[in-house]
Design a protein around this ligand. Structure first.
Ligand SMILES: [Mg+2]
Length: 394
C-alpha cells in the first residue's frame, strides 16, 4: 500500500475499498518450483505462484507419490490452467484438475493442493487479512503440534526412539508419535511378524518411559497388520495409555478399520492419504476412526481441509491433520486448524534437519509445542530465498 492509500485507509476512505476491488482483478502470472534436500526419506517441494499485482503466494507439494518429479509435472500442467485466471478461482482449479486426481494419482492431488495453498496466500495478502480470516476466523490462536519423530530417528531401536522422543520433549513438545513397525513383513512368516511386533511394542514402551506419563504418546501402525493382528496389537498397546493408535491395517476394506475402532480401548486415527470430501464421506460414515487426518498437501488444499473438517464435525469426529513436511505446509494447515471447532492436534516433523526454521521468513517458531498464528496477511510466511538456494536438491 502506498502512502496515499495508507493515509486514506486510516480514514476509511474509498481508496481502501478500491484496493479490495482491485484484488478481484489480480491474475496468476507465473510459477516457480523449488526442491530442497532433507534426508533419505525425501525432499521438500515448494511452489510459489506469481501474480499481476506482484504479490506471490507459497504452497507445499512435498511427498507426492509416486515421486516428486511426477508431482512437479502435474503442477506445471495445472498451472497452465491457472495462468491468466483470477486469484480467487480455487473451486474452478479443483474442478478442472479433478479428472487427473480421481484417476488415482496422489501426485496430482499434491500438485493441486500446493497451487491452491498459493492462491489462498495471495488472496489473503491482496485483501490484507491472514488466511484464517477467510476460513471463518480464529477459534484457536495457538495450534497444538505433536512431534513426529519417525522421520528423524535413524537408530530404530527402543533406545534410539527414546532418545529422539526425549529431545522432542526437551524442545517443548508435549506429544510424540512414532511408527515402530516399519520394515515388518505384511504377510507370511508368523514368527517374523511376531518378532517385529514385539520389537515395535518395546520401542513404544521405551518412549513411554522416556517421556513420562504426562506427555501424549501416538503410535502409527503404517498399515502393517491384518485385521486379526491389528485387533491384537490394540490390546497389547493398552498399557501405554495411547493418545491414539493410527492405521494399523490398510485403508481398504474400511470395515477392518471400523472393526478395530470399535474394539480398541484407545482412540484410533487415520485417513492421511484420502483426497477430498467425497473420499472422506464413506470413511466418516463407516466410523473407520475417531480422529480424521486429512493432509493439506494431499486432500485438495486449504478449502478442502475445511470442508472435510466440517463433515467430521457433523459426525462428531475430531480432526488432526497429517503433514510431516515443510514449515509452509504446516502453516497452511495451521491457518485452517485455527478455525475448526473440532480441531485436535497438528503433525510436526521433529528433528529432520537443523535448518528447518530458517527456510521461511520470519523463521518458524513453536512456542511450547504450539504454532502461534501470525497477524500478517496471507499465510504470513515467505520463502527465505537464500536458504532455499543453499539447501537446494541437486
Ligand atoms: Mg500415518
Amino acid at each position: 500500500m502506498n502512502r496515499r492509500c495508507f493515509i486514506a485507509a486510516l480514514a476509511a476512505s474509498p481508496c481502501a475499498l478500491a484496493q479490495q476491488r482491485d484484488a478481484a482483478r489480480i491474475t496468476v502470472t507465473g510459477l516457480e518450483v523449488f526442491e530442497v534436500k532433507v534426508n533419505r526419506r525425501g525432499n521438500w517441494v515448494l511452489a510459489r505462484l506469481q501474480s499481476s499485482a506482484g504479490i506471490t503466494g507459497i504452497g507445499d507439494a512435498s511427498h507426492g507419490r509416486p515421486s516428486d518429479a511426477v508431482t512437479i509435472k502435474f503442477m506445471r500442467a495445472f498451472f497452465e490452467r491457472l495462468r491468466g485466471r483470477g486469484i480467487f478461482e480455487m473451486e474452478r482449479l479443483r474442478k478442472e484438475c479433478e479428472p487427473e486426481v480421481l484417476a488415482n494419482s496422489n501426485a496430482a492431488a499434491t500438485a493441486l493442493s500446493a497451487l491452491e495453498q498459493c492462491l489462498w496466500d495471495i488472496a489473503g495478502q491482496a485483501l490484507g487479512v491472514p488466511c484464517y480470516a477467510l476460513f471463518g476466523g480464529l477459534l484457536h490462536r495457538r495450534v497444538r503440534n505433536y512431534a513426529n519423530i519417525n522421520r528423524s530417528t535413524d537408530d530404530r531401536t527402543p533406545e534410539g526412539f527414546a532418545s529422539m522422543a526425549a529431545k522432542a520433549v526437551a524442545a517443548g513438545l508435549d506429544a510424540v508419535k512414532l511408527a515402530p513397525f516399519d520394515g515388518m513383513p505384511r504377510q507370511g512368516d508368523a514368527a517374523a511378524i511376531e518378532k517385529f511386533t514385539r520389537r515395535g511394542i518395546e520401542c513404544a514402551a521405551a518412549v513411554r518411559k522416556a517421556i513420562g506419563p504426562k506427555v501424549d504418546l501416538l503410535i502409527d501402525g503404517h498399515n502393517h497388520f491384518d485385521l486379526e493382528g491389528g485387533l491384537e496389537l490394540a490390546r497389547r498397546m493398552e498399557p501405554f495409555n495411547l493418545f491414539w493408535l493410527e492405521e494399523v491395517v490398510p485403508p481398504k476394506p474400511l470395515e477392518n478399520l471400523a472393526a478395530i475402532n470399535r474394539a480398541a480401548k484407545m482412540p484410533t486415527a487415520g485417513g492421511e492419504g484420502i483426497y477430498g470430501i467425497k473420499g472422506f464421506l464413506p470413511y466418516v460414515t463407516a466410523r473407520a476412526v475417531d480422529i480424521v487426518m486429512p493432509d493439506v498437501k494431499y486432500c485438495g488444499g486449504m478449502l478442502e481441509l475445511k470442508k472435510i473438517a466440517s463433515l467430521a464435525e457433523a459426525a462428531g469426529l475430531l480432526v488432526a491433520p497429517h503433514g510431516p513436511a515443510s514449515p509452509v505446509g504446516n502453516m497452511a494447515a495451521a491457518h485452517v486448524c485455527a478455525t475448526m471447532p473440532n480441531f485436535q492436534i497438528l503433525e510436526y516433523s521433529f528433528g529432520e534437519i537443523p535448518w528447518r526454521e530458517e527456510l521461511v521468513e520470519p523463521p518458524e517458531r513453536l512456542e511450547r509445542g504450539h504454532l502461534v498464528l501470525p497477524d500478517r496477511p496471507g499465510l504470513g510466511l515467505r520463502l527465505n530465498d537464500s536458504a532455499v538456494k543453499r539447501y537446494a536438491a541437486q
